[in-house]
Design a protein around this ligand. Structure first.
Ligand SMILES: O=CC(=O)O
Length: 338
């Protein structure tokens, strides 16, 4: 069934796009479209639910019955079974994120809808941020900056010593694309690397720990690089944090809910772990207020992926995935089998 044209249906998609272009459904425009929207509009007819006054379910039922491709992002809304039921012709989901936790993958599998993600375009930038947070926490870069700005150097004298990065035992949780880049960087700093992941990686010589608590017990710092799934939710709990120990550092550039945030905040507040570098949180953009007062915590507003360079690469891979789909070619970054 052909999609209704704007003149047939009130509150339809924007009229300034050629109806010959392939249709792509967008529930809420990803940040990528704020920057590169024109590049997409030249190639696809974007069916934006957010431009319509209709509630999403009515919009989908009215305008998206025949749409074959959807573009989404980690900033929502969640692509769940209810949404998928309203787009019966859907054959592809492209997400602008590396993470897939906002998509009901089991339902996509059941319906035979493939998902393409950002592939490798963010891996280096996210790995840089993980290392940046680790160095900041160990060498107290942000805390020392506050000390200088507050005039405390002249008033109180020298700042407490930080801790050396070289020689640290680093436990990487999730040795996928991002985790491997983190390992490569930290090896160059003279750290020793161990890892935990779903399976031992055949072609990797780093020691493997099937149990994340044991990895923590044998590491000075844990770096969380895995995806959020039902298996990894709250995987880093009090028991794991206690195994990491009083001097231990936790860095999270994965997803907030992989760590049991409440337990981590308590451990940090009473010194049961040493420090934390956190770019992600359980209830973004809400951050536990207790963290604001802790000098041993460095935080970012989930920005590890955000560089102009990675966004340009993201634009390319998203467009290429959509074009491949509409011309019956294989996807560039299929994500379902990872
Ligand atoms: O967090 C960002 C992403 O998953 O791309």
């Amino acid at each position: 069934m052909a999609a209704k044209s704007p003149s047939q249906a009130p509150h339809g998609p924007p009229e300034n796009q050629s109806s010959d272009l392939p249709e792509v459904l967008v529930l809420k425009p990803p940040p990528l479209l704020n920057i590169y929207g024109d590049d997409f509009s030249k190639k696809f007819r974007l069916l934006k639910a957010s431009d319509s006054p209709l509630p999403i379910d009515q919009f989908l039922a009215t305008h998206a019955r025949s749409v074959r491709a959807m573009l989404c992002s980690g900033s929502g809304p969640r692509i769940n079974a209810e949404i998928l039921r309203l787009v019966p012709s859907l054959e592809l989901i492209v997400t602008t994120s590396a993470g897939l936790n906002h998509i009901d993958l089991a339902e996509c599998r059941r319906l035979g809808i493939p998902v393409a993600n950002a592939g490798d375009v963010f891996s280096e930038d996210v790995a840089d941020m993980a290392v940046g947070l680790l160095i900041d926490v160990l060498r107290k870069v942000s805390a020392a900056d506050r000390y200088v700005r507050q005039g405390l150097w002249a008033a109180k004298g020298d700042y407490p010593l930080g801790s050396k990065l070289g020689g640290k035992r680093i436990g990487i949780v999730g040795l996928g694309r991002i985790g491997s880049q983190v390992a490569k960087r930290l090896e160059a700093f003279g750290c020793s690397i161990s890892y935990n992941s779903r399976k031992r990686k055949e072609f990797v010589s780093y020691p493997f720990y099937a149990n994340v608590r044991e990895l923590a017990a044998n590491s000075n710092a844990l770096i969380i690089c895995c995806g959020l799934t039902e298996q990894t939710r709250h995987m880093i709990n009090r028991e794991v944090l206690l195994a990491l120990g009083k001097e231990g550092v936790i860095v999270n550039i994965g997803r907030g809910a992989i760590i049991h945030e409440k337990e981590m905040v308590q451990c940090l507040a009473v010194g049961e772990i040493g420090s934390a570098g956190l770019d992600v949180f359980e209830n973004e953009p809400n951050v536990p207020k207790e963290l604001f007062a802790l000098d041993n915590v460095v935080m970012g507003p989930h920005v590890a992926v955000f560089t102009p360079e990675s966004f340009q690469a993201l634009r390319d891979i998203v467009i290429e995935n959509l074009e491949a789909f509409f011309s019956n070619k294989p996807l560039l970054s299929p994500a379902m089998d990872e």
